[in-house]
Design a protein around this ligand. Structure first.
Ligand SMILES: NC(=O)c1ccc[n+]([C@@H]2O[C@H](COP(=O)([O-])OP(=O)(O)OC[C@H]3O[C@@H](n4cnc5c(N)ncnc54)[C@H](OP(=O)(O)O)[C@@H]3O)[C@@H](O)[C@H]2O)c1
Length: 263
């Protein structure tokens, strides 16, 4: 990706950098010369990645162990980085998780915390860092949504609806912010091999195992689309074909199909 953009001297903030896609975004940005700020709750995982990144790429990484769903967390993170004079050129809004199962069976507190992270923290971080980027007339933002954003998804009802929000929010911002020199891209991964399914509480189905993509490949697709200033990218040709078909079919038909694939 070096041919696309020289990121030497740039700083990227990656949320959810302690595993999966977030760790791969951080590795790949560091490989492009970018200083990285790694945020997630598990401090020891962030520390291990910081050492790995320095050893492999001689790039400095900062770690911030923080629960982004806690009240006021995005503002606290922004203030912390401002106090350190660390302007963020690239914001990777990746932290997120899902709860698998019937909506009414989920404990409300777990559901609320998921929406706080997947929707509110992402939106608040964007508000804070995008305003700063607009002032500097330069910046990139990558939102991680999901192929679940394209249709109602039984057993992931609230999560998939939250990802529809992330998709439409990001695409609208792409339009609003491009005149200010700031690019917003939405990445929609399909099934990807990370800690996601363990956290969600779903044993992967045979179909999911068969179609799962590697997290490094998905991260690469997202960063490439961001550097090319695309508004949205769906990871992988099969996922892209399903996402293109979804709006052409009745939504309840798509919901039935999605439900079948979950079992
Ligand atoms: N894997 C898939 O099949 C798939 C498909 C579509 C979309 N996605 C999306 O891809 C993104 C990355 O997920 P992943 O697949 O890489 O899963 P993952 O391996 O479980 O990574 C999730 C990351 O989010 C962080 N996180 C969770 N809760 C947090 C909190 N309250 N505050 C701060 N950080 C928090 C986790 O770190 P800590 O636990 O250390 O906090 C971890 O670094 C998510 O937005 C997910 O919805 C994944």
């Amino acid at each position: 990706m070096k041919d696309l953009e020289n990121l030497d001297g740039k700083t990227a903030l990656v949320t959810g950098a302690s595993s999966g896609l977030g760790a791969d975004f951080a590795r790949q940005l560091a490989a492009m010369g970018c200083r990285v700020i790694l945020v997630a709750r598990r401090a020891e995982k962030l520390q291990a990645l910081k050492i790995e990144i320095f050893e492999r790429h001689s790039v400095q990484a900062e770690t911030v162990a923080m629960d982004l769903s806690a009240p006021g967390a995005p503002q606290k993170l922004f203030d912390q980085l401002t106090a350190k004079s660390l302007p963020v050129d690239i914001l990777i809004n990746n932290a997120g998780y899902a709860l698998f199962g019937e909506f009414i069976q989920a404990e409300w507190e777990r559901c609320r915390a998921m929406l706080e992270l997947d929707v509110m923290a992402l939106t608040h971080l964007t508000r804070l860092f995008a305003a700063d980027m607009v002032r500097r007339k330069s910046g990139w933002i990558l939102h991680v949504a999901s192929t679940g954003a394209f249709q109602p998804t039984p057993l992931y009802a609230a999560y998939a609806a939250a990802k529809s929000y992330v998709l439409y929010f990001g695409e609208a911002l792409h339009h609003e912010l491009r005149q200010h020199g700031v690019n917003v891209t939405v990445l929609c991964p399909g099934v990807t091999r990370t800690e996601f399914f363990g956290v969600a509480g779903q044993e992967m189905t045979a179909f999911q195992r068969l179609t799962a993509m590697d997290s490094a490949d998905v991260a690469r697709i997202g960063l490439r689309a961001m550097l090319r200033k695309r508004s949205c990218v769906v990871a992988g040709p099969v996922n892209a074909a399903v996402a293109a078909l979804a709006p052409l079919l009745p939504r309840q038909f798509m919901a039935d199909m999605a439900a079948r694939m979950m079992r």
